[in-house]
Design a protein around this ligand. Sequence first.
Ligand SMILES: Nc1ncnc2c1ncn2[C@@H]1O[C@H](COP(=O)(O)OP(=O)(O)OP(=O)(O)O)[C@@H](O)[C@H]1O
Ligand SMILES: [Mg+2]
Length: 215
Amino acid sequence: MIILIGGEKGGTGKTTLATSLAAKRALSGRDVLLIDTDVQGSASYWAQGRDDAGIKPRVACVQKFGKGLQSEVQDLATRYQDIIIDAGGRDSIELRVALVVADKAYVPIQASQFDIWTLDRMEDLVASAQGFNPNLHAWVVFSRTSTNPSVHEYQEAKSILSDFVNLSLSEASICDRIAYRKAAREGICVDELKPKDAKACDEIAALYTEVFSGE
Ligand SMILES: Nc1ncnc2c1ncn2[C@@H]1O[C@H](COP(=O)(O)OP(=O)(O)OP(=O)(O)O)[C@@H](O)[C@H]1O
Ligand SMILES: [Mg+2]
């Protein structure tokens, strides 16, 4: 399965979720490849850090850019059980191509009005991609939400989202927790962090189950 974690807004937690899902998938024994399509290279640094620290299982990661991405991903998909693509926080050729090859796309957003506004464009990008990739399904996942949630903000965001046709709302939602930052720094996912943050583990487990359901 090819999963894209992408979106036009920067800093929403895309790389955090892509690396977390990749590590968790590898821990479950799957042969997973993380594809970093962002020139910032954060996912690659994460994977390199994991390698340098000798953490097993290894998470294979490659950087790929440009138009050739489509055929490269399709080729790599024959060699790996799962592919997770991290696409940078802007409208890019990589984001558009990844939408054309992905089975599922997850767009992390923070539940603020400024982030919600960027979804109009994502709705259009998903619609165009579906012209070539009719099986593409796309979800918005609330990310970095406050652990003292403003129920009002969340409900408002949910109601705005109900107007979108091509974007569904993920049942999972990820809070802003120090555990995610620590794990990212160490090249691991929250399941591998000691001591464990049970709430972070539960949040990622819920997202993981949703993403890989039926696989
Ligand atoms: N759930 C979270 N809790 C706490 N910190 C988080 C969370 N998600 C991300 N962060 C932190 O927020 C910053 C941005 O996260 P990340 O790099 O994952 O976002 P991104 O969407 O990939 O950004 P970019 O658009 O630049 O690629 C990082 O410092 C990361 O550690
Ligand atoms: Mg990133």
